[in-house]
Design a protein around this ligand. Structure first.
Ligand SMILES: [Fe+2]
Ligand SMILES: [Fe+2]
Length: 279
């Protein structure tokens, strides 16, 4: 079975005036990938007007597209409409579900905040704190459900929020707890995912590892633009759907980032990076 080329990017932050901004990126993806993953913050506010611009931009790409929403996509209060617009345009939007493309399994959630390691916010005290923590726990359970449904040897997870601390490093320490939640790492380990992609931390780090060594990529477009200014701001990963072992030579480590040396797209602005705390 041939290898599958995955392209991933998050935080494209399409606004009402973003017409044409994604075109050069998508043209590059069309030539170098078999599937595109969009890791949330697809829009600035999640308004139907932005949704219209987004689906028009994506309409030029004749590849399977799998997406999760981000926090920005909720701001206008119309996430259901945005999901409907995307689905009508053929985009597979995951919110605790899974999907298979050419023998590779994909599981997706938005995720939530809450912090990492021993500093993870616990469900204790006021109802407001408990409901905040419950949101992160519920997202984690959705991820577990999505991964449990996959029967493919290679499982790839896409989130908006970070599941590990390593890929938010570079952001101000004070906002780490709002950039992701370590609870999300538990199902990723249990189901032995091959790779994880997320966004949200515009000033984080592009690469990290789960505690079992699996690669975790922060593909927030503003971050990729800053860190790899000469390249198209998309992460590429090539996977064999039938690896000899699940954690064997099928891995494409972080050093195998494809697209090196590619020219940056002509329209390299308009990604709409907001204040870091609203990543
Ligand atoms: Fe975000
Ligand atoms: Fe963002």
């Amino acid at each position: 079975m041939p290898t599958v080329r995955i392209a991933a990017v998050g935080d494209v932050h399409v606004s009402k005036t973003s017409q044409g901004v994604l075109a050069p990126i998508l043209a590059h993806v069309a030539d170098h990938a078999d599937v595109l993953l969009l890791c949330g913050d697809l829009t600035d506010y999640g308004s139907p007007e932005e949704g219209k611009v987004l689906v028009k931009e994506l309409g030029s790409l004749r590849l399977p597209i799998i997406a999760v929403l981000g926090n920005h996509d909720y701001e206008a209060g119309h996430p259901t409409e945005l999901v409907a617009q995307l689905r009508d345009a053929g985009v597979v939007v995951l919110d605790g579900e899974s999907h298979e493309v050419q023998g590779i399994g994909f599981a997706g959630i938005k995720g939530f905040a809450g912090g990492f390691g021993r500093s993870t916010l616990g469900s204790w005290g006021e109802p407001g704190i408990k409901s905040f923590v419950k949101e992160a726990v519920d997202e984690t359970l959705k991820l577990e459900t999505a991964l449990a449904r996959l029967r493919t040897p290679q499982k790839v997870a896409l989130l908006h929020y970070a599941p590990i601390r390593a890929t938010v490093e570079g952001e101000p320490l004070e906002i780490f707890p709002w950039l992701g939640c370590g609870r999300h790492e538990e199902p990723l380990l249990r189901y032995n995912v091959t790779a994880v992609f997320h966004g949200h931390a515009h000033n984080g780090s592009p690469e990290g590892k789960l505690s079992n060594g699996a690669p975790c990529y922060n593909v927030a477009m503003p971050l990729l633009r800053k860190r790899y200014p000469e390249q198209v701001p998309v992460r590429f990963l090539e996977l064999d759907p039938e690896p000899k072992s699940e954690h064997g030579p099928s891995y494409e480590g972080p050093e195998r980032r494809r697209g090196a040396g590619d020219p940056a797209p002509a329209a390299a602005n308009g990604a709409g990076a907001g204040p870091a705390v609203r990543a």
